[in-house]
Design a protein around this ligand. Structure first.
Ligand code: TXA
Ligand code: MG
Length: 344
C-alpha cells in the first residue's frame, strides 16, 4: 500500500486534504492525524471493520481498548451511559485537552473492538486545530491509539508515523510537531475517588486543585490485583532498539557513567539536558534546558527514536522528579528502560 502524507500546516490547499481524509475514513480506512499529545491513528469508531484495521496496522493486541476522540463536548452523551458530576467537571475544565475520561459506555453504539469487551470507554476531546477540523468535518467519533507500531515510542512528528506505518496505512495528515509530546492522562472516573490509570499532560496536581483527591497508584500498587488498570499499561512500551539505562541528572555521575560504559566497549547514546552537551558520549540528544519538564516531555520520544538511527549499543537517559508532568515522563522512561538504572 502506498502511504500518502499531506502537510496541512502551511498548505493553502489544506481543505482538499481534509476532504480526502474524510473520504478515506468514510470508506472504512484509517488515517493518521496530529493531536496536542502525539499522532493518532484514527478509524470511524462505529465501524468495527475499520477499527480492526488499526489493530492490524499497529500490530496491537486486541485486548487493549482504544480511546475515542470527539470534536465537541456535547457528543459525549451519545456514547456514555452515565456522566457523573466529577466527569462533568473534568469535561468543563479540561476539555479540549490531554485528559481521557474512562466512563461507562452505552451498549451497541461504538464498535466492539474499540472497548475490547469492557463496560467502559476512554473518551477525549483533543486540543489541536488539525484533529478538531478533521473531527468536525467527519461528524463522527474517531477511535485512535497512538500511531506507532505497538511497543515503539509514540510519534510526535509525521515522519515518525511514516517510519513505523509507511506502507501499512493510506494517509497521514501532517500538522508538524505535536506540542506536549506525551500521551493524554487516562483518568478512571467510574471510581470514587477517580484513579489515574496513565499519567500525562493533565497532572495529578492540576486535577486535585479542581476535583479534590485523585489516586495515582505507585509502581507497587500498579502491580496489585485490586488496583484498576489501563489494559495497555501491561505491555512493553516506548522502547528503542538498544537497551535504556536511567541515571540521576547529575553532571559528574553522567560523565563517569559514559566513560565506564565506553570502557566496557559500548557505544553510548546520551539523552540529557542541553548543559550536558560537552560530555563525550558517542551520540548525544538534548532533552531541553535543565529542569524544564515541558521541554523534556516534548522532546523525549523524538530523542528515543533518534537513538534507533545510530549505532548506539546502550542508551543512558537522565531522569527528573515525579512532580507535575514529571510523573508522566518518569512513567514512560521507566517503561522504556524496563525499570533498569545505571549502577557503577
Ligand atoms: O494522547 C493520547 O491519549 C493518544 C492520542 C492519539 O489521543 N492516544 C493514545 O492511545 O495514547 P493509546 O491507545 O496508545 O493508549 C490508550 C491507553 C491504553 O493504555 C489503554 O489500555 C487505555 O488507554 N484505555 C483505553 N480505554 C480504556 C478503558 N476503557 N479502561 C481502561 N483503560 C483504557
Ligand atoms: Mg500507545
Amino acid at each position: 500500500m502506498e502511504t500518502v502524507c499531506k502537510n496541512v500546516d502551511s498548505n493553502v490547499n489544506s481543505q482538499t486534504n481534509y476532504t480526502q481524509a474524510v473520504d478515506i475514513l468514510n470508506a472504512g480506512e484509517v488515517v493518521a492525524f496530529p493531536t496536542e499529545t502525539v499522532y493518532g491513528l484514527g478509524a470511524v469508531a462505529t465501524n468495527d471493520t475499520a477499527v480492526k484495521k488499526i489493530f492490524e496496522a499497529k500490530g496491537r493486541p486486541s485486548d487493549n481498548p482504544l480511546i475515542v476522540h470527539i470534536g465537541t463536548k456535547e457528543e459525549v452523551e451519545l456514547y456514555i451511559e452515565h456522566i457523573s458530576e466529577v466527569a462533568k467537571k473534568c469535561i468543563d475544565l479540561f476539555w479540549p485537552g490531554p485528559l481521557t475520561l474512562v466512563m461507562p459506555v452505552k451498549p451497541n453504539v461504538l464498535a466492539n473492538s474499540v472497548t475490547a469487551g469492557l463496560a467502559t470507554v476512554g473518551i477525549r476531546m483533543p486540543d489541536h486545530p488539525v484533529a478538531l477540523a478533521l473531527l468536525r468535518q467527519l461528524k463522527k467519533p474517531l477511535a485512535a491509539p497512538s500511531a506507532n507500531r505497538s511497543g515503539k515510542p509514540s510519534p510526535t512528528e509525521a515522519i515518525h508515523v511514516q517510519d513505523d506505518l509507511g506502507g501499512y496505512i493510506p494517509y497521514i495528515l501532517d500538522g508538524g510537531s505535536t506540542g506536549i509530546g506525551l500521551e493524554s492522562t487516562v483518568l478512571d472516573v467510574t471510581h470514587e475517588p477517580p484513579v489515574i490509570l496513565r499519567p500525562g499532560g493533565i497532572t495529578r496536581e492540576m486535577l486535585e486543585a479542581k476535583i479534590g483527591p485523585v489516586i495515582q497508584p505507585t509502581k507497587i500498587e500498579q502491580k496489585l490485583e485490586a488496583t484498576p488498570k489501563a489494559p495497555g499499561m501491561k505491555y512493553t512500551h516506548y522502547a528503542p532498539n538498544a537497551p535504556v539505562l536511567l541515571i540521576e541528572c547529575d553532571l559528574e555521575k553522567v560523565h563517569e557513567a559514559v566513560h565506564q560504559l565506553q570502557k566496557q566497549g559500548h557505544k553510548v547514546a546520551l539523552l540529557a539536558p542541553a548543559s550536558f552537551e560537552d560530555i563525550e558520549a558517542d551520540f548525544y540528544f538534548s532533552i531541553g534546558e535543565v529542569g524544564s519538564k515541558e521541554e523534556m516531555g516534548a522532546t523525549l520520544y523524538h530523542a528515543l527514536r533518534a537513538c534507533d538511527k545510530t549505532a548506539a549499543t546502550i542508551i543512558l537517559a537522565t531522569t527528573t522528579s515525579t512532580e507535575g508532568v514529571g510523573a508522566a515522563i518518569m512513567n514512560r522512561l521507566e517503561k522504556a528502560a524496563g525499570g533498569k538504572w545505571y549502577t557503577p
